[in-house]
Design a protein around this ligand. Sequence first.
Ligand code: AHM
Ligand code: MG
Length: 336
Amino acid sequence: MKYKTLTQYLVEQQREHKAVSADVRLLIETVSRACKAISHAVSKGALGGVLGSLGTENVQGEVQKKLDVLSNEILLEANEWGGNLAAMASEEMQTIHRIPTHYPKGQNLLLFDPLDGSSNIDVNVSIGTIFSVLQAPVEAAGREIAEEDFLQPGTRQVAAGYAIYGPQTMLVLTVGAGVMGFTLDREMGSWLLTHEDIRLPEQTAEFAINMSNMRHWEAPVRRYIDECLQGETGPLGKNYNMRWIASMVADVHRILTRGGIFMYPRDARASGRKGKLRLMYEANPMSFLVEQAGGLAIDGANRILDIQPDALHQRIGVILGSREEVERLQRYHQEA
Ligand code: AHM
Ligand code: MG
């Protein structure tokens, strides 16, 4: 079987379908190259001295793992000099990273969670990198990029994707023309299009949520999970299965592969009712992918991609996956 490479796919999208500009194509190639380097570091584990914590905290007060910081550096270094970017932002950096003055600048903004699923690093469970691409606003032309320039709704993303470092390393990508999955051929060092036009089944009988937070949930989420647990004699009329990997990348990857619903809802904990996951580099790129695959993504009552961000590291409730199940949860939120 001869597979198309990532480069071939992107060149086709640029030339034939005009789905991607030359600029964004090169940017995606650079991000995917950085992901190969991260994959390599991840796969070395203890032998590469990359496991464990650094003893530092990020802007959100989370302990940084060595791989969080290393992955962030790999992405920054790979993307700085390419000339396609105006600035970058990351889960691991307090504010935006402007392109150093000695490099040419472009019009794109890149956001990333360099290593998602940090709690799974040391236990050899799948983790990943999530990224989102926006364009710098026109009014920013000729002046220095500011943090506010990043605060655009997810509908403005021109590309988004993730790399998953699991039994295989894969890159799952959208440029707004469906969702494509590329598997890393480690011997050749190339990304090959093994999963073309990924579609999400509309129905599912599998949910993903951290059940230990049940006492903090809002009523609509409690109602839905309660109905799932009642099985085929309950109002949903089927027996549900549950999965929770605690790496969003891996949970979303499973859902894109065989359907399901993922929830990290807002809850009533002291950290605020805004949820755990971050809007700009976790929820938005994943929502773009899920919608491009035929699914839906909401924060409760609203579509995530329509939300106007008010801060770079803003947190948000996330409910995404198979359309009919997410619509049901949206209804429960609207009724509440
Ligand atoms: P991280 O970006 O610091 O790794 O945190 C995000 C992760 C998600 O990948 C995952 O869905 C969630 O946190 C798991 O949280 P919990 O440990 O509360 O179940
Ligand atoms: Mg994360």
